[in-house]
Design a binder for this molecule. Structure first.
Ligand code: G3P
Length: 217
């Protein structure tokens, strides 16, 4: 499974990219606003930092506006993925930009039939929002499983990008459900490394090693 980071904080992304485990990045208008810097140089800096797919979202709501914004974003770097909302206009823009050779990420997906439409529109990625479904008392992971089945039934190559991730359990379950990618907030990515038995085990190994008086180098 590809690991993307869900953030527009360039310094944080640089820190995480140094792990060698980051395959791509997703941003959205809220994350860009939170980062507090202009969108175009911010996205360009992220594209330069990480060679994988970098999603940047159009904010127009009509086809022509989204296509114009998508084309502008695509000028920034070859690894740009144009993110578009799952609306009728957004899927029309997805078809237009896909025909022009763009990579696209259809976002704000909350149902399997929405995901079916996105695949038919030629989306490179579909972003089902697990956490927001869970927040509302629905089963976000069931949506991933449904989309996996539908895409496999018909051979769609749109990649399932599990989004709105809240916990390491979401990452585990998305991987078990066959998501192609997972976009993870920085704090959750850091939490993936953690296990109390790892910490206790390492502490004990180091204590025993120190008592042995040995060195490796
Ligand atoms: O980038 C889209 C998605 O991951 C947003 O997550 O936490 O705002 O629901 P969240």
């Amino acid at each position: 499974m590809q690991i993307f980071i869900d953030s527009a904080d360039v310094a944080e992304l640089a820190d995480l990219a140094a792990t060698g485990l980051v395959d791509g990045v997703t941003t959205n208008p809220s994350l860009i606003a939170k980062a507090g810097k202009p969108i175009l140089p911010t996205v360009k800096a992220i594209c330069d930092l990480i060679p994988g797919p970098i999603s940047a979202e159009a904010v127009a709501t009509d086809h022509d506006g989204m296509v114009a914004e998508g084309r502008r974003l695509m000028e920034l770097a070859p690894n740009i993925v144009v993110k578009l909302p799952l609306t009728m206009e957004g899927l029309k823009a997805c078809r237009t930009l896909t025909a022009e050779g763009a990579q696209t990420n259809v976002t704000l997906c909350f149902s399997a039939v929405q995901a079916l439409l996105a695949a038919k529109a030629g989306a490179t990625f579909i972003s089902p929002f697990l956490g927001r479904l869970d927040d509302g008392g629905q089963d976000g992971m069931a949506l991933i499983r449904e989309i996996r089945t539908i895409y496999d039934n018909y051979g769609y190559d749109t990649e399932i990008l599990a989004a709105s991730i809240r916990t390491p359990l979401h990452v585990r379950d998305a991987a078990l459900a066959g998501a192609d990618c997972c976009t993870i907030p920085p704090a959750v990515f850091r939490a993936l490394y953690k296990h109390v038995l790892t910490d206790i085990g390492l502490e004990n190994f180091l204590k025993d090693w120190k008592a042995s008086g040995q060195t490796i180098l």
